[in-house]
Write a protein that binds this ligand. Structure first.
Ligand SMILES: *Cc1c(COP(=O)(O)O)cnc(C)c1O
Length: 379
């Protein structure tokens, strides 16, 4: 087996080197422009991303967690209102709900797609339910057609957490295509470096087709300010830097290429793992394209730690997204009936593991990784 040095979950360095002249030039231009906050780079990026997604408004902000918070602040919810979220997700999704004095209602997910379903949402609706935050986890869209139907029939807001699935597309029953993050009332994303569209620091954005909501989101992100030094409501200070925006403008032009590279890696992984009886490969929902933010296997719980050690001995990293159900986290104890468990979330937390997945993977690297997993199973 070839020795491959320094394998990472995400190889940002090699990706940067391919676009270095363009990036360096753009960053230096921003530095000499002295327009570091807002200004032309940020609005140009917002415009370009809006065009790419086919959405009316994009509002940049400081990170994906802020984006979720700003979205929820704009909906006029009251303390104690319930917001439905998956129990199997990154903490940010539910954290902001609690921070705003709202009640996160954590629900189980589908065992193969890792998403909330319309049925699970419907079972959790009470008279206090005001919003749903579906997460397009790991790179494919949650079943938004059905979730939107439930939301509309119960008059609930929908905020899509699209931090992991920018660019994924969902086809409805009628054949029409929708872009994830642009379907609900507001969509949010993160430009954290390791995300599919990552900057070189922190960044985030909100998407909406609603003009009034867009104005409100922009106002909240800027200290609730309607006009300079006139503050209509309490807001936050959450800005996308010009330096990050100029990097994102360049990387956005490569995003479809990046998604294609990730998909090719996933196809290669799938083909190599097809014969392994103990390994469940990530199932693709035929109605959504998959942009493979993560390539997440399910393995028997007892195999997971030994398999991760085996990979480590071959210089291969693997990560567990996510090892603890949200409701089992200490921070969420106030929102949970002690001892209650959601079976699918429990199972996934014990069995998932994500393999290296990025835009710079070579066939030799993929062979090395798949070979190591096959050798663990003596295949
Ligand atoms: C990364 C991520 C966030 C938060 O984004 P930050 O930019 O790190 O604040 C929120 N939700 C999900 C699902 C994420 O993966």
């Amino acid at each position: 087996m070839p020795v491959i040095e320094d394998i990472q979950m995400v190889d940002l360095k090699s990706q940067y080197l391919k676009i270095k002249p363009e990036i360096d030039d753009a960053v230096l231009k921003v530095i000499s422009s002295t327009r570091y906050i807002n200004g032309p780079e940020v609005s140009a990026f917002e415009q370009e991303l809006a065009t790419y997604l086919g959405v009316k408004h994009v509002v940049g902000c400081a990170n994906g967690t802020d984006a979720l918070q700003i979205a929820l602040m704009a909906l006029g919810l009251e303390p104690g209102d319930e917001v439905i979220v998956p129990s199997f997700t990154y903490v940010a999704t539910a954290e902001v709900i609690g921070l705003l004095g709202l009640t996160p209602v954590m629900i189980d997910v589908d065992p193969l797609y890792f998403h909330i379903t319309a049925e699970l949402v419907e079972n959790a609706i009470t008279p206090r339910t005001k919003a749903i935050v579906p997460v397009h986890l790991f790179g494919q869209s949650a079943p938004m057609e059905e979730i939107m139907q439930i939301a509309r029939s119960h008059q609930l807001f929908v905020v899509e957490d699209n931090a992991q699935s920018i660019g994924s597309k969902l086809t409805y029953q009628d054949g029409k295509t929708h872009v994830s993050g642009t379907i609900g009332d507001v969509g949010t994303t993160s430009f954290f470096p390791a995300k599919n569209l990552g900057c070189y620091g922190d960044g985030g954005a909100l998407f909406t087709n609603d003009d009034d909501l867009a104005a409100n989101l922009r106002m909240i992100a800027n200290h609730g300010q309607s006009k300079r030094y006139y503050h209509d409501q309490l807001g936050v200070n959450s800005r996308l830097d010009a330096m990050q925006a100029t990097i994102l403008r360049i990387k956005l032009r490569h995003l479809d290429g990046y998604s294609a590279s990730r998909l090719a890696v996933a196809d290669a992984y799938d083909a190599q793992f097809a014969a392994l009886k103990h390994v469940i490969t990530p199932k693709r929902d035929g109605s959504s394209t998959h942009v493979f933010h993560q390539y997440t296997l399910q393995v028997p719980a007892a195999d997971r730690e030994p398999l991760i050690s085996h990979l480590k001995s071959h210089g291969i990293p693997a990560m567990i997204y996510y090892p603890v159900p949200l409701y089992a986290q200490k921070a969420f104890a106030p929102y949970w009936q002690k001892g209650e468990m959601l079976p699918v979330t429990e199972k996934l937390s014990a069995t998932v593991m994500s393999l290296p997945m990025h835009t710079e993977m070579t066939p030799a690297l993929i062979d090395h990784i798949t070979g190591a997993i096959k050798s663990f199973y003596h295949d």
